[in-house]
Ligand binder design. Structure first.
Ligand code: AMP
Ligand code: GLY
Length: 415
């Protein structure tokens, strides 16, 4: 099978690695990928615009296409690929609104009757400002930009100062996009985890879970990042996690169906456990980054086969039994010292061959035949072992498998 994977980060590196491990795959092309992904069956190819990407995909005649990054789903790449009869995995544009519009997602949560934080929706800055000015005197608030913001559209406001800062940033987002739409949610407190399902028509399968460390470090008030590490499976709730998550996913897919929108692809449920109740904070419509880097190493079933069944969009996922290793995986991200600001350094990445860890590259570039850092999250290392503690020991003992000057990483992943 010849397979295309769209995206360029550590998540896509892990997807390509797992697809390449299958006997069914012959060639995998990452669009655009990154120079750390290319290896054996996997190569990278560039493109200019999404239309150019689609043209390239059509001319290469892939058996199917896996979309990693949400931006392409929001642009409607799946609708275009379906109309061109290219088998592909991911939701159509109308269904990808679950991630790209937080107000749409909340409406679906309410219709699906799943537990979620109480919220109000504002379409003008003045109405938002008036409401929050009063409310912040009584309680903490969460302000959310309605649209895709690459993790930069959520503001936890604990006092008037943080509220004013959030209002300024939301105004800037509104000015940049020419439209204003913001949700205000009650602020919940609890442990978060990410749970995944694969949806293929009426066939919905649980695809394990992970805990993501979103803050740069463990200090209070440390900045939010794309994720500094994960472990899988999440052990926040115990034996009933699979049933609970499948129940929520079924209700969401049904609520979408009632609006005439069929959901296909990955359903990523962002959960928070508050006492006995598992709340849904958000839904994403693709695999998590860096959750995928700790989930896929635990998957015993052939990913190329799973994806091939899903890409037909005929409910054939039901024919595949998903099997998981009983082991834990711990994934530690190494980032540029300036992360999460946009600034970056360019230094050589030193590697040592090491059978105990997997390295998934993200922010890298090739210069003079050597891999250099290229800003943001540079790569992550994953180790798999019988317990979370032993997986953690293994990954931290082997951090030299890939390293660079001034690297930053969290020392508490899996604690
Ligand atoms: P979201 O993009 O909606 O998942 O929000 C990003 C992050 O903001 C979540 O992972 C939480 O850490 C935090 N967050 C979102 N909604 C709430 C809420 N209602 N209460 C507390 N924290 C929240
Ligand atoms: N790790 C969170 C995300 O992928 O959105």
């Amino acid at each position: 099978m010849k397979i295309a994977v769209v995206g360029k980060g550590g998540r896509e590196a892990a997807i390509c690695w797992k697809l390449a491990a299958s006997d069914l795959s012959t060639e995998i092309v990452a669009y655009p990928g990154n120079p750390g992904i290319a290896n054996g069956k996997v190569r990278c190819a560039g493109f200019k615009t999404t239309d150019d990407l689609i043209e390239k995909i059509v001319s290469e005649q892939f058996d199917y296409v896996v979309i990693g990054q949400e931006k392409y789903l929001d642009e409607g790449i799946i609708d275009k690929l379906i109309s061109l009869k290219v088998p592909c995995i991911g939701p159509v544009q109308a269904a990808s609104k679950l991630e790209s519009s937080k107000s749409f997602c909340k409406e679906i949560f309410v219709e699906a009757d799943v537990p979620t934080a109480k919220y109000s929706h504002f379409l003008s800055e003045s109405a938002l400002s008036e409401y929050t000015h009063q409310e912040i005197k009584k309680r903490h608030l969460v302000l959310k930009w309605d649209y895709l913001a690459e993790g930069k559209g959520v503001f936890i406001c604990t006092d008037n100062d943080s509220l004013q800062e959030a209002l300024l940033q939301l105004k800037a987002l509104g000015d940049a996009q020419g439209k204003f739409s913001v949700l205000v949610e009650e602020c919940l407190e609890g442990k978060e985890f990410s749970a995944f399902c694969l949806v293929d028509g009426n066939s919905i399968k649980y695809f394990s879970s992970a805990c993501d460390y979103k803050r740069l470090n463990s200090k209070r008030g440390s900045p939010n990042t794309g994720g500094m590490g994960t472990y899988s499976p999440a052990d926040i709730i115990n034996s009933n996690e699979e049933d609970l998550v499948l129940g929520y996913a079924n209700r969401i897919v049904k609520a979408m169906g009632a609006k005439g929108i069929e959901y296909n692809g990955v359903l990523f449920l962002g959960c928070m456990q508050v006492g006995e109740i598992t709340y849904l904070l958000e839904v994403n419509t693709r695999f998590g980054d860096p959750e995928t880097q700790s989930i896929l190493p635990r998957l015993n079933t052939d990913l190329a086969l799973i994806c091939q069944k899903m890409s037909e969009r005929k409910g054939k996922l039901k024919d595949v039994d998903l099997e998981w290793s009983k082991d834990y995986a711990v994934h530690v991200v190494k980032a540029d010292p300036n992360y999460p600001t946009g600034k970056k350094q360019s230094v050589i990445i030193e590697t040592q061959s090491n059978p105990d860890v997997l390295v998934f590259y993200a922010g890298v570039e090739m210069k003079d035949n050597r891999l250099y850092t290229n800003g943001g999250r540079i790569f992550g290392l994953t180790a798999v072992s019988a317990t979370k503690a032993s997986a953690r020991d293994l990954v931290y003992k082997n951090l030299k498998a890939a390293s660079f000057d001034n690297e930053i990483f969290r020392e508490d992943i899996g604690c």
